[in-house]
Design a protein around this ligand. Structure first.
Ligand SMILES: NC(=O)c1ccc[n+]([C@@H]2O[C@H](COP(=O)([O-])OP(=O)(O)OC[C@H]3O[C@@H](n4cnc5c(N)ncnc54)[C@H](O)[C@@H]3O)[C@@H](O)[C@H]2O)c1
Length: 266
C-alpha cells in the first residue's frame, strides 16, 4: 500500500524540521517560504532517508496555499497537516503577526478541509502565550473569524500596536479555530487539534532569549521540569496526535510546556 501524505508547514524551522524525523513512515511534503533554508533542510532529510519532497509556499497567499493543496493531492492520500509556520513578536510588526499566525492559519484550515478524509488530522500550533489572553466578547469573534473585513480593526485597539501582544492574541485565536472546526472535520471522520508549546529551543526561542533574557530566565525558574523544551518534545506529541492512538482527541489544545503555565496562571 502506498504511504499516506503528511504536509509540514514551517518545515525548514526548528520544530517543523524535527517533526519530519518523527513521521518517517509517511510521505512528507516539506513546505516553507524561506527557499534557501527549505532546500538545505530537504537535502538533509533526503540524505537521512526520509521520503520527503519540498514545496515553496507563502501561507499568507491563498493561491500559494491552494497550489500546495494540489501538490499534496498529487503525492497520494492525505493523512495530515502539521502547521508549524509562524513568526514571533520579534518581527516588530503587529499586522504581520496577525496575518501570518492567525489569518494564514484560517486559510490553511479551510483549504485543507477540502481534502480532509477519514482519519486525517490537522495539527495547529498555538502557544502557551495563547492561554494568558482572557476570553473577551470584544475581540473573540474577530479572533475566530480573522478573514472578516473588520477583524484587524476590531483587534488592534486591544493590542496597541505591540507585536508581542498580537502574538498572544493570535495564538488564542488558533486555539479557538481548532475548537470551532472540530464538528465539520468530525463529519468527515477527520480531527483537528492545537498544540501549545512552552519555550522550545529553536531559532524563534533563541531570538526571544536574546531580546528578553530576564523574562526567559524567570520563565525557566517557574518551569516544574526545570529545563527548556527541545523540538523533539513537541515532535513526539505530534506523532501521537496524528496516530490512531489519539482517535478520540479533537477540538482541543494540548499544552506541552514543562508545566510552566501551572505557575504563571496560579
Ligand atoms: N519555539 C518556541 O519556543 C515556541 C513556543 C510556542 C509556540 N511556538 C510555535 O511553534 C511554531 C514553530 O515554531 P519554531 O520555533 O519552529 O519557529 P521557527 O522560526 O524555527 O520556524 C518557523 C518557520 O516558519 C516559516 N514561516 C514564517 N512565515 C511563513 C510564511 N508566511 N509562509 C511560510 N512559512 C513561513 C519560517 O521560514 C520558519 O522556517 C510557531 O507557530 C510558533 O509560534 C514556538
Amino acid at each position: 500500500m502506498s504511504k499516506k501524505v503528511v504536509v509540514i508547514t514551517g518545515g525548514a524551522g526548528g520544530i517543523g524540521s524535527v517533526c519530519a524525523y518523527a513521521l518517517k513512515e509517511y510521505k512528507l511534503v516539506i513546505t516553507d517560504y524561506a527557499k534557501d533554508a527549505l532546500d538545505v533542510t530537504l537535502q538533509q532529510m533526503q540524505t537521512a532517508g526520509l521520503d520527503a519532497v519540498g514545496f515553496e509556499c507563502d501561507i499568507t497567499d491563498i493561491k500559494s496555499v491552494e497550489a500546495l493543496r494540489t501538490f499534496t493531492r498529487q503525492q497520494g492520500s492525505f493523512k495530515g497537516l502539521i502547521h508549524t509556520a509562524g513568526v514571533s513578536g520579534t518581527v516588530k510588526d503587529a499586522h504581520r503577526v496577525f496575518s501570518i499566525d492567525l489569518v494564514a492559519t484560517d486559510i490553511l484550515v479551510n483549504t485543507f478541509y477540502e481534502i480532509a478524509e477519514e482519519k486525517s488530522v490537522i495539527v495547529l500550533f498555538a502557544s502557551m502565550m495563547g492561554h494568558v489572553v482572557p476570553p473577551n466578547e470584544g475581540y473573540d469573534k474577530a479572533l475566530r473569524q480573522p478573514q472578516d473585513d473588520d477583524a484587524w480593526e476590531t483587534i488592534s485597539p486591544f493590542i496597541q500596536d505591540n507585536s508581542d501582544t498580537m502574538y498572544n492574541f493570535a495564538k488564542r485565536g488558533v486555539i479557538l479555530l481548532a475548537k470551532d472546526n472540530a464538528m465539520r472535520f468530525g463529519q468527515k471522520g477527520a480531527r483537528i487539534v492545537s498544540v501549545s508549546p512552552g519555550v522550545i529551543m529553536t531559532p524563534m526561542a533563541e531570538k526571544a532569549l536574546a531580546e528578553h533574557p530576564d523574562i526567559m530566565a524567570q520563565t525557566l525558574s517557574m518551569t516544574p521540569v526545570n529545563r527548556y523544551g527541545q523540538p523533539e518534545d513537541i515532535a513526539q506529541v505530534v506523532r501521537f496526535l496524528i496516530s490512531d492512538e489519539a482517535a478520540f482527541i479533537t477540538g482541543t489544545d494540548l499544552i506541552v510546556d514543562g508545566g510552566v503555565l501551572t505557575q504563571m496562571l496560579k
